[in-house]
Every structure is written in C-alpha cells, then in structure tokens.
Write a new protein. Structure first.
Length: 65
C-alpha cells in the first residue's frame, strides 16, 4: 500500500513487482490444483492427528490423577 502512495519511481517499481508476484502465485495455485488438494488433505489430517493427540494427553492426565 505504501509503495502505491509514495509515487516515486522506485516505489512504483516495487508495487509492480508485488502485483506480479501475487499474479504468479495465483497462476501457480491454479496450475497446481492437485498439489493444492493434497496440501489441503495433509492439513486436514494434521488437524485430526493433533486433536487425537490432545484427547489422548487429556485422558492420560485424567487417568494419572
């Protein structure tokens, strides 16, 4: 945001590069849909494992008490 407000040649160049970077990231995400899907699945599994671990830890603490 600041680079677009400043208006200097360097700020404008930085702003253009930032926009290009986000466009490229969007293109990569679109072309790598399968990778994004697998990443999402891994995130879901990790979340489930974390919940299982928390439940196990809580149950173990209760049993020890």
């Amino acid at each position: 945001m600041l680079s677009s407000v400043l208006g200097s040649p360097r700020a404008i160049a930085v702003n253009i590069e930032i926009v290009r970077t986000f466009v490229r990231m969007r293109e990569l995400a679109a072309t790598h849909g399968e990778l994004a899907k697998k990443l999402s699945e891994l995130e879901e599994r990790t979340g489930l494992l974390s919940m299982q671990h928390d439940t196990f830890s809580r149950n173990s603490r209760n049993q020890l008490k």
